[in-house]
Design a protein around this ligand. Structure first.
Ligand code: UD1
Ligand code: UDP
Length: 360
């Protein structure tokens, strides 16, 4: 049984990593197809190096462009490779354009599609990710839901229960496998001249935030205010999209420490020791919850409601006032929460299910 792992962006690499490692250890017949959606060293290759992953067999180098152009180029490139390689199953993870293109190209060729992180919904069709994840789920033959809530969402949309498996999220596997290494590795905290537990960590890159000058400006204002109010440094490893938009809009970043995107182990070290994390990232909402660090989400909704339910996360939107209020609330949190995303064995479960379901 030949398996194609299709990925294209930083979060897909971190979440596919434990699965790829199992296939590598088992000497399974598999290959990695990289779409090239992310291509800068700090957004791409550094993750392969640090997570000790094999190089992709193919990289179709689509690079950056509009949604339709990027997705279209991916479809053309992926189809050619799938026709040649004839895998029995294509695996995709998450909600990016690479996921949509991989699932669509495979489904049209009659190749089975497995979707990791199925069943997440923000119910906000203004997000490109929501469109991608709904379509990917409905194109898939095997849907790996991280939680029972995600499974219920899929059943509610009429997806056959036989196709849906609750597995946990593979990001828990990745964190369990790398946290020690991240903590004992290069001392990013000292390099930044900050102290454990005495800084805020920010990530912000979502299209609906950073491509909107008013929202982006208002969030930066809120971040500046919390730095002054709590007398703590605010570290913002900036995504290339956000860097570009900030300079396009001429926005200022008073009181923030803006740094280049960090490698995975360095970022994990910063996450695990932060006083509080502010983010609009899907993955970072999960990681903060798993690591026991309070989170304020800079969005009006989330497809990770489990984090709100366990109390690790609150939604603050883009208003400077709500951001400062939300930080005050989360800093008072004393009790710890249970991790709702699984036990760190999601990848092994997924591999077993694929073998059973595809081999019959
Ligand atoms: C994409 C995903 C988003 C995910 C994010 C992870 C879609 C629709 N969006 O958003 O869901 O959360 O990846 O980080 O699939 N750029 C670089 N170097 C790179 C990649 C991008 O400089 O390696 C810059 C380019 O200017 C590009 C911009 O970032 O135009 C946006 O990149 P793109 O891949 O289109 O979307 P992301 O914002 O990265
Ligand atoms: N990440 C990283 N360096 C950074 C910011 C994020 O290694 O400077 C990692 C983070 O730990 C997580 C993944 O990138 O595993 C999340 O990617 P991102 O926030 O870009 O995408 P999303 O999860 O929102 O799709």
């Amino acid at each position: 049984m030949k398996i194609a792992v299709i990925l294209g962006t930083r979060p897909e690499i971190t979440k596919m990593a434990p699965l790829i490692k199992i296939y590598q250890q088992n000497q399974a017949d598999f290959f990695i197809l990289h779409t090239g959606q992310h291509y800068t060293y700090q957004m791409d290759k550094v993750f392969f190096e640090q997570l000790e992953l094999p190089q992709p067999k193919y990289n179709i180098d689509v690079g950056s462009s509009s949604h339709a152009e990027q997705t279209g180029k991916m479809l053309i490139g992926i189809e050619k490779i799938l026709l040649e390689e004839k895998p029995a199953v294509v695996l995709v993870e998450g909600d990016t354009n690479s996921v949509l293109a991989g699932a669509l190209a495979a489904a049209k060729l009659g190749i089975k599609v497995g979707h990791l992180e199925a069943g997440l919904r923000s119910y906000d069709r203004g997000m490109p990710e929501e469109i991608n994840r709904v379509l990917a789920d409905h194109l898939s033959d095997l849907l790996f839901a991280p939680t029972s809530k995600a499974k219920q969402i899929l059943l509610g949309e009429g997806i056959d229960e036989k196709k849906v498996f609750i597995t946990g999220n593979t990001i828990v596997d990745t964190i369990f496998q790398t946290l020690e290494l991240a903590r004992s590795g290069k001392d990013v905290i000292s390099d930044l001249n900050i102290k454990p537990g005495r800084y805020f960590l920010v990530t912000l890159h979502r299209q609906e935030n950073v491509d909107n000058a008013v929202r982006f400006g208002s969030i930066l204002e809120g971040l500046g205010k919390i730095a002054v109010r709590h007398k703590l440094p605010v570290i913002y490893p900036i995504h290339p999209r956000s860097r570009k938009q900030m300079s396009l809009f001429g926005l200022q970043s008073d009181n923030l420490t803006i740094v280049e995107p960090l490698d995975f182990l360095g970022f994990l070290q910063l996450e695990s020791q932060a006083r509080l994390i502010l983010t609009d990232s899907g993955g970072v909402q999960e990681e903060s919850c798993i690591l026991g660090v309070p989170c304020v989400t800079l969005r009006d909704n989330t497809e990770r409601p489990e984090t709100l339910e366990v109390g690790s996360n609150v939604l603050a939107g883009a208003s400077a006032k709500r951001i400062t209020e939300s930080v005050d609330i989360m800093l008072k949190k004393k009790d710890k929460w249970a991790n709702p995303f699984g036990d760190g064995r999601a990848a092994a479960r997924i591999v077993k299910i694929i073998t059973e379901e595809v081999n019959g």
